[in-house]
Design a protein around this ligand. Structure first.
Ligand code: ASP
Ligand code: MG
Length: 426
């Protein structure tokens, strides 16, 4: 069995959904698990709806109506025969509406998950119906009954054992129901899961890739394909780098490194479960499905030593100096780490000297202000923002000097294979 993952851009309108059907038809007879994200920018729209909701602003209903219209228009354009899809979609929107009529709880992250998770429910419902009508018989499966997680809302962690049981049972049921010798196709949501108490959780923004990996792992899929709007894994983001080239074959190890440093093509958590079961990962273009894209596999044989560039923009480089002139020691560090964790601020790079500890993190002014407030009695805090964090895998002196033109280096770290620099306009 194969796992396919289609992200928001690949299902952004009716034409895109038709393209998904065309791609699936190029794999006749194959058992498939198809993981789908919310359509287009729906998750962002739901985040705005949530924002109005928690603030008690009436604009919530205007935005709600827009989102409903967006989905209804896609349904209209897809022209699925019968009324069932329209009715089911309306029921789902009623469900979201009920959620928005409830008082917000005192846990924002809990509210986030019960509301923002609707995007994937809308998209999979529509696509499942469309594929059925297009001759691709499939079963819609609810990830809120399949992916079991803990209750760390917005960043839920998967309970692998329970998930394996739940998904395994569902897949057996689907296989048994398939016509004799016929293929099985399961359509399910990326990004979402559920707790033991059946509360909805999410796995973190852009988490659908990870959902695909979880399903592939527990079902021991043959391979996973992530269908993207880029040709595959490139050695740089084409947004920042005109001459980006495709990496045709890379190892899990290299892919993990690239994703960890921020190459946005694959969610960083995706690779490890696949590596553990030796499941090949393909990253291919849904715009040019005839092209091979990138193959990610165990062998490191073909890892290219061509430099890869990963840019993280809008960073803040924060430095902490203990006010009592003491050295930066384990007790300071554990206190600072706890503060970063409490603020949900991810550390992208850190460095320390005798009396100073520096951290590069996403620049979110409100979080930064609150963090500084919390530690200003103990530390003098200075920061440089916005700056950018550049990582070069397989660097050479030439690539570095070219990158530094017109920039000032704030912090630099080098290992044998990787150079990392926080830069600001020089
Ligand atoms: N829809 C979610 C998001 O936009 C999950 C995903 O697309 O992977 O973050
Ligand atoms: Mg998305």
């Amino acid at each position: 069995m194969k796992v396919f993952k289609f992200g928001g851009a690949s299902v952004k309108d009716a034409g895109a959904v038709e393209n998904v059907a065309r791609i699936i038809k190029q794999f006749p007879g194959k058992d498939l698990v198809v993981v789908i994200s919310a359509m287009g920018k729906t998750t962002n729209a739901l985040e705005r709806i949530l924002d109005h909701y928690v603030k008690g602003e009436p604009a919530v209903w205007e935005k709600f109506a827009e989102l409903q219209k967006f989905h209804e228009e896609i349904v209209r354009d897809l022209a699925v025969p019968g009324e069932a899809l329209r009715e089911k979609l309306e029921l789902l929107f009623d469900g979201l509406k009920n959620n928005l009529e409830r008082e917000p709880s005192d846990n924002f992250d809990f509210d986030y998950d019960r509301i923002v998770s609707y995007g994937e429910l809308f998209s999979t419902l529509i696509i499942s119906y469309y594929l059925n009508a297009a001759g691709l018989e499939n079963v819609w499966a609810d990830a809120r009954r399949l992916i079991r997680t803990d209750a760390r809302y917005r960043e839920a962690r998967v309970n692998w054992t329970r998930t394996e049981e739940l998904v395994g049972a569902k897949w057996k049921e689907i296989e048994a129901a398939a016509s004799k010798g016929g293929r099985s196709i399961m359509i399910t949501q990326g990004f979402i899961g559920h707790t033991e108490e059946r509360n909805t959780t999410t796995l973190g923004r852009e988490g659908s890739d990870f959902s695909a990996a979880v399903l592939a792992f527990v079902l021991v899929a043959r391979d996973v394909t992530i269908w993207k709007d880029v040709p595959g894994v490139l050695n740089a983001d084409p947004k920042y780098f005109k001459e980006a080239v495709l990496l045709k074959r890379i190892s899990y190890r290299e892919a993990i490194e690239l994703a960890y440093y921020g190459a946005s093509v694959i969610h960083p958590k995706t690779i490890k479960p696949l590596q553990n079961k030796d499941i090949t990962l393909y990253v291919r273009s849904f715009l040019k499905p005839e092209e091979e894209g990138t193959v990610i596999e165990r062998s490191t044989f073909s890892d290219s030593l061509m430099p890869s560039y990963i840019f993280k923009v809008n960073q803040a480089l924060i430095s902490f100096t203990p006010r009592d002139f003491s050295f930066v020691a384990e007790d300071n560090l554990s206190e600072l780490f706890r503060l970063f964790d409490e603020h949900g601020m991810k550390i992208h790079l850190m460095q320390n000297s005798a009396i100073n500890f520096s951290v590069c993190t996403d620049f979110v002014p409100s979080k930064l202000e609150s963090l500084i407030k919390r530690c200003k009695t103990g530390y003098e805090v200075l920061y440089n923002a916005p700056c950018e964090l550049v990582t070069i895998r397989h660097y050479d002196p030439d690539t570095i000097s070219r990158l530094l033109i017109g920039k000032q280096v704030l912090v630099e770290q080098k290992s044998r294979s990787t150079a990392r620099m926080a830069l600001t306009e020089g």
